[in-house]
Design a protein around this ligand. Structure first.
Ligand code: AHR
Length: 713
């Protein structure tokens, strides 16, 4: 296979990426040797809380900072609403739960919801209230019903503080006219309050105790979609009002309670991924010990979820908790691939294997039981009580994330402590090592049997991905463990990747697919980005922490990058057997030496490119049930290339087939939130197919040819 993949570059003088003299290029698909299986789980998804992936992304909650814990010094995303001559203010209460000032105690709902927002209305004018700006807007769509809910209480009188009676550092709560019972208005409205898109009232009961209220808000059928809106709770009466767990949900995918955004989930469903690697990535680990994904406090009612620090500079609500990840798997028909915290945190601390690590091993066993145990197990019963009696299927558990960063050299012992305990209780579960033999031979796991799979990560530019497309051709089938490419991406384009990245991705994927007897699983990362940009004037950091992502969105709309469409094309057009392909006359592209060692992204990647790489990449698979051959061809050159395709061993070939093609004029072409469909695949009918036929591939293109075999000799 691929014996001529790297033909001597000297045979082809090239300038500006174009071969000066051409030789016939021929791909021979040897259908007589299509024996190796394509991994049924080759293409999946990887996910974590980064770039506002869940909060402000997939997780459909629209209220930002709903439990007021995002920022201890200000009520982030909240503002005061005053109309007429209202006299009012808002204040964060209990922001530091360890040091609640005099007069502000007694306002926690429980140990998870310890911070709240107080609205003080001394005179109400037309109205006074609180507004939430959402994740850079609240999406308004026509004829849409939203579910709003919140906790509120109004004081009868302020009880005297029990402690620190002489502490005068904090001003006491102002004495104003007490709250009165009556309607409180809840609305979705334009940012200036001039247009009300939907509104309703709750009947507020005068009470010093917390009470949850819920209502539906419905927009009119003729409303123009917008994200320039806010959520407001307001009153026309004086008083002290305390708020917590303020929530607003639009309709969710499959109407799942506490569920996911419909548009983004639909994009994922269309990709047909087979598994979901979660919860990270760095989000699994957390910056310091104690900040790792706290799966136990992500379960049950939202009232029990305090959220946690997160790994990408903002706090996670954990609304997307363990059961929500599993529900997401159900909605998209993916198998969960669970990563468990393995005692290493991002800033370099680790927990030694042995007794200190034992609680974390137990925690992982509990987590696996929550996912897979029947209702008679402790954690299986808990899952049933949370609303999902049926266990989930789980076949692989990853131990940690990127433990090659751990310079203490403890991964071997930590991995084995987890593996031993997991396999004692769950013998059929496969444990994945995060340290790959080929990438980190000095750090890989050597004690005990070889890990079932090892996780390799690749973030590179397009040239490098193309150069590496043949990487797995040479992996030794006898000595190498199976490979999980658990994170990879061609990093060109921002916030989402461009066509050049998609070409690099496609070239790389031909290599994984051709070698999917050893590369059993793969998933691109990061999956999501909230494209709302930084605003230096206001200090708003925007939605993105990591550029070059697969799917972009704002509060209202979402779109796929060219890389997304490549993923979709590859995932949804694949057979069950690998067809060996050999190439003759494969043209090469030479690096542009005038670019002083590469373009900027190339130099940033800190790797010296080889002087030449092929300009065409390819892979073929066959579906033995239907007789369809899927031939994928990637032309990274700036010119069209004609290829002779020889189906060696084919009997009759249907002259009609299908072409799915993604192409663009320039490598920099891309999709964006304002132009989401610039680069999308187009499907067309093919004619003139046969045992041997010619096909011209467009410049900068990724093509899938679906060829129907009548019979195979
Ligand atoms: O995908 C972004 C980050 O890259 C992941 O969180 C981490 O595992 C890797 O370093």
């Amino acid at each position: 296979m691929n014996k001529l993949f790297f033909l001597c570059p000297m045979m082809f003088a090239c300038m500006g990426g174009r071969a000066l003299f051409a030789q016939e290029t021929k791909l021979t698909l040897d259908l007589t040797k299509a024996n190796k299986d394509v991994s049924p789980k080759l293409y999946g998804l990887m996910t974590e809380e980064i770039n506002y992936s869940y909060d402000g992304g997939l997780y459909a909650e629209l209220i930002r900072n709903r439990v007021f814990k995002n920022n201890a010094s200000k009520p982030e995303a909240w503002s005061l609403v005053k109309n007429g001559d209202a006299k009012a203010d808002i204040k964060l209460i209990g922001a530091d739960p360890q040091n609640v000032p005099r007069g502000e105690g007694g306002n926690a709902i429980n140990e998870a919801l310890t911070t709240c927002l107080r609205l003080t209305v001394e005179s109400s004018g037309k109205r006074a209230g609180i507004a939430n700006e959402g994740y850079w807007g609240i999406p308004v769509r026509p004829a849409t019903t939203y579910t709003a809910s919140f906790y509120i209480k109004g004081t009868e009188s302020v009880p005297p503080p029990r402690f620190n009676q002489n502490d005068q550092t904090t001003p006491a709560v102002p004495i104003i006219e007490n709250n009165t019972a009556g309607p409180i208005t809840v609305s979705i409205e334009s940012n200036d309050g001039g247009t009300v898109y939907a509104s309703g009232t709750i009947n507020f009961e005068k009470s010093p105790f917390w009470k949850k209220y819920a209502l539906k808000l419905t927009t009119a059928a003729d409303v123009k979609p917008t994200k320039d809106a806010r959520f407001v709770i307001s009153t026309d009466r004086t008083g002290l009002y305390y708020f917590n767990l303020v929530s607003l949900f639009p309709p969710t995918y499959n109407n799942r309670l506490n569920g996911d955004r419909q548009d983004i989930t639909k994009l994922l469903v269309d990709m047909k991924p087979t598994f979901l690697r979660f919860p990270g990535g760095n989000f699994l680990e957390g910056p310091y010990l104690g900040d790792h994904f706290p799966w136990k406090t992500t379960l049950g009612p939202l009232e029990q979820r305090p959220g946690h620090t997160g790994s990408w500079g903002y706090r996670a609500t954990d609304g997307m908790g363990l059961l929500e990840y599993l529900g997401w798997c159900e909605d998209v028909h993916m198998e969960p691939l669970l990563a468990v915290f393995a005692g290493y945190s991002l800033r370099g601390d680790h927990i030694d294997a042995g007794p200190l690590l034992a609680p974390h091993v137990q925690d992982a066993l509990d987590e696996i039981e929550y996912i897979t145990g029947d209702v008679h197990t402790y954690w299986g019963a808990k899952r049933a009580a949370d609303g999902h009696p049926a266990p989930f299927k789980l076949t692989c558990v990853e131990i940690g994330n990127e433990d090659w960063f751990d310079r203490s050299n403890t991964y071997d012992a930590r991995f084995n402590q987890f593996r031993k305990a997991i396999n004692a209780k769950y013998p059929s579960l496969h444990c994945i090592s995060t340290i790959a033999d080929a990438q980190f031979p000095k750090m890989m796991v050597t004690t005990g049997s070889k890990p079932y799979m090892v996780d390799e990560h690749y973030y590179q530019n397009a040239w490098q991905m193309e150069e590496d497309a043949g990487k797995y051709d040479s992996y030794d089938r006898k000595t190498s463990p199976k490979i999980f490419v658990g994170e990879w991406a061609t990093r060109e384009g921002s916030p989402t990747t461009n066509l050049n990245a998609a070409l690099g991705d496609a070239a790389w994927m031909t290599g994984m697919e051709r070698n999917s007897d050893i590369v059993l699983r793969s998933c691109y990362a990061p999956l999501f980005v909230n494209v709302n940009p930084r605003n230096p004037a206001t200090g708003d950091g925007g939605g993105m922490q990591w550029s070059s992502d697969l799917i972009g969105y704002n509060a209202l709309n979402s779109y796929g990058s060219p890389s997304y469409y490549v993923q979709k094309m590859f995932n949804t057009n694949i057979g069950n057997k690998i067809v060996p392909v050999s190439a003759d006359g494969l043209p090469m592209l030479h690096i542009d030496t005038a670019a002083k060692g590469g373009t900027e992204p190339q130099r940033r990647m800190g790797r010296k490119e080889k002087p030449a790489r092929p300009s065409l990449y390819y892979v073929a698979t066959k579906d033995t049930k239907t007789g369809t051959v899927y031939l994928k061809v990637v032309n990274v050159a700036d010119h069209a290339q004609e290829i002779t395709i020889d189906l060696k061993g084919a009997g009759a070939v249907n002259s009609k087939g299908t072409l799915i093609e993604l192409k663009g004029e320039k490598p920099e072409d891309t999709n964006s939130i304002d132009n989401p469909q610039k680069i999308v695949p187009v499907t067309e009918a093919l004619t003139g197919l046969g045992k041997v036929f010619k096909r011209t591939f467009a410049p900068y293109s990724v093509s899938v040819l679906k060829i129907q075999l009548a019979a195979i000799k």
